[in-house]
Design a protein around this ligand. Structure first.
Ligand code: 6PG
Length: 234
């Protein structure tokens, strides 16, 4: 596991994009498709914008979502819409369309949508026993949640599942999330986190002090890389 610190959020976004591109090139040059689960929230936005200008073998790249909100894809809170706004629309203007596999949100039946997403993942990621993403990108909330694995929620105990619907009482809403099992099965799992506001959350996640994954879900994750702004750790 490695940790790379950047002086500013812009340098973090540039550095994370460089690392993404290096990995995507390595995987695709080996003759495989590059399958990545994108993070939601706001931190990835700048990275996505920089990525949109990069020359990659986009026709060999498949984009999935690490988590999603229980809203239509055109809703302001949708992680799919965020990725469209910051990456996919710009790629489309360049005549580029990577494989794009958003969560098939069903606002009225999130359990059905989670099972449908699971089937989709299994259709494209055939490795066993657990389908293996080449890269899972993650952010972290100041409550030490990641993806939509929130403290005290049922998704933390999901077994033999890849994606589940998750009722988040504190937000009074359903979410969709990859499970810790499939995140940890990925070849690479990177936390990309910016800002002093995340310092305590990252400290708890990294130190496991206190050690309580049900309260601090990021402790369930075995990341291969931390990409952080310097003020997160200093
Ligand atoms: C989401 C994310 C979530 C996010 C963290 C950090 O759907 O919101 O997947 O896990 O990564 O909440 O969010 P920020 O990047 O906005 O701080």
């Amino acid at each position: 596991m490695s940790q790379i610190l950047f002086d500013t959020p812009e340098q973090l976004a540039q550095g994370a994009t460089d690392a993404f591109c290096d990995l995507a090139q390595a995987i695709t040059q080996s003759g495989k498709r590059f399958r990545v689960a994108l993070s939601g929230g706001s931190t990835p936005k700048r990275m996505n914008q920089i990525l949109a200008d990069r020359d990659l073998p986009w026709d060999q790249i498949d984009l999935f979502w690490g988590d999603e909100r229980n809203v239509p894809h055109d809703h302001a809170d949708s992680n799919y819409r965020m990725v469209c706004d910051t990456l996919l629309d710009a790629l489309e203007k360049r005549g580029i369309k990577p494989g794009t596999y958003p969560v098939p949100v069903d606002v009225e039946d999130p359990a059905k949508a989670a099972l449908a997403y699971e089937s989709l993942i299994k259709q494209y990621l055939t490795s066993t026993p657990v389908p293996q993403f080449d890269l899972v990108l993650l952010g972290m909330g100041d409550d030490v949640h990641t993806a939509s694995l929130f403290p005290g929620t049922k998704a933390l105990e999901a077994a033999d599942r890849l994606c589940v619907e998750n009722w988040v009482e504190k937000l009074v809403t359903w979410r969709y999330t990859l499970t810790a099992e499939v995140i940890n099965a990925a070849s690479e799992t990177w936390f990309v986190i910016a800002g002093a506001g995340k310092r305590e959350a990252v400290r708890i996640a990294q130190s496991k002090q206190p050690n309580d994954p049900s309260m601090y879900p990021s402790q369930l994750i075995k990341p291969t890389r931390w990409l952080l702004t310097r003020d997160v750790v200093e």
